[in-house]
Ligand binder design. Structure first.
Ligand SMILES: [Zn+2]
Length: 332
């Protein structure tokens, strides 16, 4: 799978071990001490799974991960891009990654999974870290990306007061501008909010929650923080933190979210779920989070298979819509 066309972005010395280091195997690898790894079986899921937030272009071998997604039943992925970073890499390469994934499955005698290579949709938005790089030129480029029918939303956008890589005032301004792009384009927004939930909420209240939908990504806090977002009708996506050993409060917060607004995601290459922390996260890791979520949500009236079907339908209903009238008018 190490084709010339796949771009290797990270230097080998400082990166985490990745499943792609092991060739196209259909197991997972848990990092142990002294450079050793233990093979882990994948959870057996009774339904399809979506990864609603991955950064495919940050992986060394996106094609390899898409091939594994096919095998593990992850048949929809939304990949996040940023107009101030190399968003063109994803827009130009996603179809190639899918083709290479199909080829790799055939080469590994796994032809029966060819058709299961995930459908991809893309989101584009200026991350709060990059807010100080946002200019009119960047916005024009962002609008051009949003006009492409493959684009399903604006994200990730929001506020990050933990790292403060951009001044807060600039973050707020750029967040507002992109909320207004959502009003214009009728696309949903996918939010990255860190240590700024109250402020982000009041900005959205002032600017108006976009009608096409608001997704709060990688939720890893408690019910109290979550409740206003749920009350405002937002979708809530959980990734690796739902599986972390010390995150009972995150698992508890699931209970405030109506089932039809719950989503699964990875934030790949970050936020690897248990029991695989220490490995680079790929979109296929979403099955560990989905497994945990299905077990938490299941009750007497709803079995795990029904929960998984609903979670998958939620992802598609938010991220796999037909083009908006604005996209049809502006299609590049
Ligand atoms: Zn992200």
């Amino acid at each position: 799978m190490h084709t010339q066309e796949t771009i290797n972005q990270s230097s080998d010395s400082d990166r985490m071990p990745s499943e792609s280091d092991f060739g196209l195997t259909m197991r997972f690898h848990q990092k142990r001490k002294k450079g050793k790894f233990r093979e882990i079986d994948a959870p057996q899921l009774a339904g399809p799974v979506a990864d609603t937030h991955a950064h495919l272009s940050m992986l060394n071998h996106p094609d390899y991960h898409l091939a594994r997604c096919a095998y593990f039943g992850v048949t929809f992925v939304c990949s996040i891009t940023d107009p101030t970073e190399n968003d063109a890499l994803t827009y130009d390469s996603y179809a190639l990654w899918q083709r290479q994934a199909r080829k790799a499955l055939c080469a590994a005698d796994l032809d029966e999974y060819r058709e299961a290579v995930p459908k991809l949709r893309l989101a584009c938005g200026c991350h709060p870290h990059n807010a100080s790089r946002y200019t009119q030129e960047v916005e024009d480029h962002l609008l051009a990306q949003l006009s492409q029918p493959i684009t399903c939303g604006i994200g990730e956008i929001g506020l990050d007061y933990h790292y403060d890589f951009s001044p807060r005032e600039v973050q707020r301004e750029v967040f507002k501008r992109q909320i207004n792009l959502a009003h214009t384009t009728r696309l949903p927004i996918f939010l990255h909010i860190r240590e700024a939930h109250d402020e982000a909420f009041s900005i959205l209240t002032e600017e108006g929650f976009p009608e096409a939908g608001v997704l709060l990504h990688c939720f890893n806090l408690d019910s109290e923080t979550l409740q206003p977002w749920v009350d405002a009708g937002c979708y809530i996506a959980y990734g690796g933190p739902l599986t972390f050993k010390k995150s009972d409060y995150v698992r508890d917060s699931l209970r405030c979210v109506p089932l039809d607004r719950l989503l699964t995601e990875t934030d790949s290459p970050y936020m690897t779920p248990e029991p695989l922390r220490g490995m680079e996260c790929g979109p296929e890791h979403v099955i560990f989070t989905a497994d945990m979520m299905a077990r938490l949500v299941t009750d007497e009236t709803l079995d795990e298979a029904a929960v998984l079907v609903q979670l998958y339908a939620n992802a598609l209903s938010l991220q796999d819509r037909p083009p908006t009238p604005w996209q049809l008018r502006h299609q590049g």
